[in-house]
Design a protein around this ligand. Structure first.
Ligand code: SAH
Length: 274
């Protein structure tokens, strides 16, 4: 009897330590991508399938799921605008925060699907003064807002909303990516006051989503970082929209090459190996 219980305890211990070892590695990974065109190559590459039951039918968001090696992957996109009848991609902070929140809440509800890591992938503007060039891949070290100016005591820091990204220095070396802060605002262009705040945020790149995505991740205590490819130069002399359209192809190609490498690298590795 004593011997029996010893075996039982030993096997329970073994099972638990196995679960613990699994939990410290990345098994459930979410990739949040704003635009459908940015997400399409990854979905195709990993043969992910649309899960029409994932989000509520009221939401415009889409979720694609599948497995890669030991990882369960969920790619979420922000879908198309029906509220204003434009049919364009739902870019910007509001859809990004909401889609991320809903996805994490759903996946975290069950131990088996609890999210180990969230990656926000997409295009961005780059600051040449910080060494950014068209087509570069950046991994974020931190994120912050540049268009939430609230000069009331105590609110300034909330407005800026700076959040550190999970550390990914080894990964950056592995895929030949640069590291830097991504600054977020709801406009594609930037005016003088934006430039002032983007400078204060010490930004290397600029987007329209990541600070909002990071906020939802912080609420769920989900580790997160951004993988951003540069479509346009913010501190250059060309109009952003013109440059964006011209380089979307080149940047999409960089994204297409970098994302599968990142997924490959992180799946089955623990946070301190990133
Ligand atoms: N006209 C484009 C819309 C791009 S909106 C189209 O229809 O294809 C810009 C998207 O790219 C956002 O998701 C944002 O995160 C990213 N982005 C790229 N360059 C940017 C920049 N310079 N500033 C802010 N966001 C940028």
């Amino acid at each position: 009897m004593a011997c029996f219980s010893f075996i039982t305890y030993a096997s329970i211990y073994e099972r638990h330590s196995h679960i613990h070892a699994l939990a410290s590695h990345h098994h459930s990974v979410v990739v949040a991508i704003a635009m459908e065109a940015e997400a399409a190559p990854l979905i195709q590459h990993l043969s992910l399938k649309l899960n029409p039951q994932f989000f509520s039918p009221k939401s415009p968001f889409l979720a694609y799921q599948g497995t890669h090696e030991s990882c369960n992957l969920t790619v979420i996109t922000n879908g198309k605008d029906a509220v204003h009848g434009t049919g364009v991609d739902n870019v910007g902070t509001i859809p990004a925060a909401l889609a991320t929140y809903l996805a994490l809440e759903k996946l975290d509800a069950q131990e088996e699907t609890k999210v180990d890591l969230l990656i926000n992938a997409g295009t961005c503007g780059g600051f040449k003064a910080m060494g950014a060039e068209i087509g570069d891949v950046f991994l974020t070290t931190a994120v912050a807002n540049h268009d939430r100016r609230i000069p009331i005591p105590g609110f300034t820091g909330y407005g800026i909303g700076k959040v550190n990204s999970t550390s990914v220095e080894k990964l950056a070396g592995e895929i030949n990516a640069k590291l830097g802060v991504c600054t977020t605002g709801n406009s594609l262009d930037a005016h003088d006051v934006d430039h002032l705040h983007m400078g204060e945020n010490e930004a290397s790149v600029k987007d329209m989503e990541i600070a909002a995505i990071a906020w939802s991740c912080e609420l769920h205590q989900t580790p997160h970082f951004g993988l951003k490819v540069v479509t346009d130069i913010v501190d250059g002399d060309r109009a952003t929209q013109e440059e964006f359209m011209e380089n979307l192809g080149t940047a999409a190609k960089s994204l297409q090459e970098a994302l599968p490498k990142v997924i490959e690298y992180i799946c089955g590795r623990s946070h301190d190996e990133l």
